[in-house]
Design a protein around this ligand. Structure first.
Ligand code: ADP
Length: 495
């Protein structure tokens, strides 16, 4: 399954933007500092990027504040805002090739995935939010007294947004799309691992006619740039995607500063349940995809594969064969399914979990080590005989490590699937409608995919139960995160 790691493809794109975007201009960090960003295929530095800290965040927030308070953004007509979002989507489409290449270069994800799935999705998300911009309105409300009551749905103000590295462009869109459609201004902090594509698209926003200060993008590390944003007194809302531990920090910073409302999209340990009536070949393929997609670096990864005891042996043999067939290699090469993990920290963390699996009573079926000798590649790994109490069944590994667990009946699997601090997603594979209905209602998760997995659409809400988060992104629900409701009460007759 090895596509050679020699002769790595030279990425067909230049790195043009490495400074912060503040108030419509690309600028160095106030401190003058930069930090390196890497090619995960080799661990080599590909660019030095402005390193933001509290002072850069202050400047970006001041620009966003001014753009919000003095306009023109919130004062433009919704149709004018919609037109800018549409123009931006067109520019993204025009620059899709460079963007997909840059995304793969900085993140390591298969180029075909970036080019054929993520870039079209990015365009689609902005078309979707452009469609909302002129359809956001309040209600007239009947009440007991002689009053006319209306609600105004107003933008919240300056939104602070902190995003992760696993889907840099899509996470940009999930955050920026609804905030702009509702008329907010933004300070976005990208993940330190993947600062490049957000800067590129931020430039396209300027070309599309977005006024200066409406979208500001600061690169930098979490504690030095993310934390000052989450605790800023002039930021009116914060949205975060990342680990559960960091999400708790962000919520606390928001609470301790100005009680800004917070949305969080956090970790997961999603069950993928293969029922006894399942077509095993199809179930194997889908369970494989649910876990290994994007190098296993998905918050919603189906990372606990529960298989009914009647089909367990057959499933296991085929799941192992499928993992052994998985093509690992240079993500720029055609046909490669799996590139490197994002960085040395994640690479080491995944290998630590693999070691914990080997030391437990689980059986290592295949993989279990790094792939090749350079970069951050890991062999597709499958453990069987996994039990719920094991570390690999409890923690979010965020890598290409499938854990297969056996179950007896629906009550057993429902109880076990729900025994987790997370509740982001779940997968159900069955041909029986009663089984599907029972499971979809019983599973405590923000998304349940039945006979499919990782189906994302701009209109489908996404978010977590329990410690997987607060609030929903995408769909109509995402607008609520960026709106205030003002009740206006007027007597029907002047007193
Ligand atoms: P991961 O472990 O996957 O890197 P994190 O939750 O640490 O996930 O990171 C997600 C985002 O949160 C990144 O943009 C990161 O820089 C940011 N971040 C990390 N620590 C903090 C913090 N203390 N305050 C605010 N943002 C943070």
């Amino acid at each position: 399954n090895a596509a050679a790691l020699e002769d790595l493809v030279v990425p067909p794109v230049q790195i043009s933007y490495t400074q912060h975007l503040i108030d419509g201009k690309f600028v160095d960090a106030a401190s003058g500092k930069t930090f390196p960003t890497y090619d995960p295929r080799t661990g080599e530095v590909i660019a030095h990027v402005a390193e933001g800290d509290a002072e850069d965040i202050n400047r970006a927030v001041a620009a966003a504040r001014k753009a919000f308070d003095e306009g023109p953004w919130p004062k433009m007509t919704p149709y004018e805002r919609s037109r800018i979002l549409l123009r931006f989507a067109d520019l993204v489409e025009k620059h899709s090739e460079e963007l997909a290449a840059l995304e793969t270069w900085n993140n390591g994800k298969p180029h075909e995935q970036a080019a054929k799935s993520e870039l079209p999705m990015l365009v689609r998300l902005f078309h979707y939010y452009a469609g909302w911009a002129d359809k956001i309105h309040g209600l007239t409300v009947p009440a007991d007294g002689p009053h006319h009551i209306q609600t105004l749905h107003e933008p919240i103000g300056v939104a602070g947004q902190i995003i992760p590295w696993n889907f840099p462009l899509l996470m940009f869109a999930w955050k920026v799309g609804p905030a702009l459609a509702c008329g907010n201004t933004i300070v976005l902090k990208t993940a330190e691992q993947t600062p490049l594509t957000a800067l590129y698209v931020a430039k396209l926003f300027l070309e599309a006619g977005l006024p200066p200060g409406v979208l500001n993008v600061v690169s930098g590390y979490g504690p030095t740039a993310g934390a000052p944003l989450a605790s800023h007194m002039d930021v009116d809302k914060v949205a975060f995607t990342g680990s559960t531990d960091t999400g708790k920090v962000v919520l606390e910073l928001a609470a301790r500063s100005n009680l800004k409302p917070v949305t969080l999209e956090l970790g997961g340990k999603s069950p993928f349940i293969v029922c006894e009536d399942a077509d095993v070949d199809k179930a194997v393929e889908l369970a494989h995809f649910a876990l290994f997609f994007n190098q296993g670096q998905c918050c919603c990864a189906g990372s606990r594969t529960y298989v009914h005891e009647r089909v367990y042996d057959e499933f296991l043999e085929k799941a192992k064969a499928r993992a052994l067939r998985r093509v690992v290699g240079d993500p720029f090469k055609k046909g490669v399914e799996q590139g490197p993990q994002i960085d040395s920290e994640q690479f080491e963390k995944v290998l630590r979990y693999i070691r914990a699996g080997k030391e437990s009573k689980a059986s290592l079926e295949c993989g279990g080590d790094r792939f090749g000798t350079k970069g951050y590649f890991i062999q597709p790994t499958v453990f069987s005989n996994v039990t719920d109490d094991m570390l690999i069944a409890q923690d979010e590994i965020f890598g290409p490590v499938q854990s297969i667990l056996k179950f007896k009946d629906l009550d057993d699997v429902i109880r076990r699937a729900n025994t987790t601090r997370y509740g982001l997603a779940a997968g159900v594979f069955t041909r029986n409608i009663d089984t599907a209905n029972t499971l979809t209602r019983a599973l405590r998760a923000g998304t349940v995919w039945v006979n499919c997995f990782d189906v994302f659409d701009a209109a489908i809400p996404f978010g977590g139960y329990k410690m997987s988060g607060i609030g929903r992104e995408k769909g109509i629900y995402s607008l609520h995160n960026y709106l205030q409701v003002k009740a206006v009460v007027t007597p029907l007759k002047n007193p």
